[in-house]
Design a binder for this molecule. Sequence first.
Ligand code: AVJ
Length: 319
Amino acid sequence: MSVGFDVVSLASAADREAELEELRAGLTGAPRELQPRWLYDERGSRLFDEITRLPEYYLTRAERSILRRDAAEIARLTGADTLVELGAGTADKTRLLLDALAPRRFVALELSESALARSSKALAREYPATEVVGVAGDFRRHLALLPSGGRRLLAFLGSTIGNLTPPLRARFLRDVADALAGGDAFLLGVDLVKEPARLLAAYQDAAGVTRAFELNVLRVLNRELGADFAPEAFEYAARWDPAAEWIEMSLRSLRDQTVRLPALGLELGFAAGEPMRTEVSAKFRITGIAAELRAAGLGVTRSWTDDAGDFALVLAERL
Ligand code: AVJ
């Protein structure tokens, strides 16, 4: 039996407007910043995939090792018949959950419609008893519009939540709580605070893949918004912020220069050395994230770490 797959899009003209408004605010603010979603065009997604296999980037391997060991217990504790993955990205960790849950339905929420169509088709073929629904949308905007019904496990893996600053994180977690029905569960992957040298190495890999990934955002803005960023006129830098407990990634202008963004009617003057933040990657403590979840109306039922204690999976439900 094969129940096949479907791909739907939630993106509206209003969302596009909001996205561009956020981009404008970030580019003209002091200091300048971009939203991480602009990093993920086809090439960006491919480069990120490469990052997950770098020797310095322990996050993906650590999370996968937890899922290998504990997915069966997660399945037993949640009793979920529907798996909803937010920001699905690479699907190998998804497979570990699908194998353990054998759900009736799998819903993948992702930005890129083309990547969704590809992965949905492949998963539908591999899991013929599971209905696969690819939803093109943004986890920051579309949680309330996801298919409901059944007993759902919402999974947000990979420490993607680390990209959100504390106010956006609080808002996102409240949206998750609102989206959950009684009996639903939320599975969150978080990278844990550790020695800064190891954290920094994960974002300053020797092969320069992270640098290429971050610089790629300028090509995305050039192509999608008609901007004229010269990627060779910027350098990539990562630093650990001990107060915020996050890695801050930015592109620094190598000279005084002016960049035009006709789609936003902007002309931006960059001074030599001026940074533009591309991402933060917040690191967590189990007690801290449990408190944030609680403030959003979510209670932790269990958490697991990998053997080295580098990464955690946290399971929560509505209080
Ligand atoms: C996808 C946000 C989890 O912060 O580790 C990795 C993104 N950027 N290397 C992370 C990223 C550069 C990644 N997240």
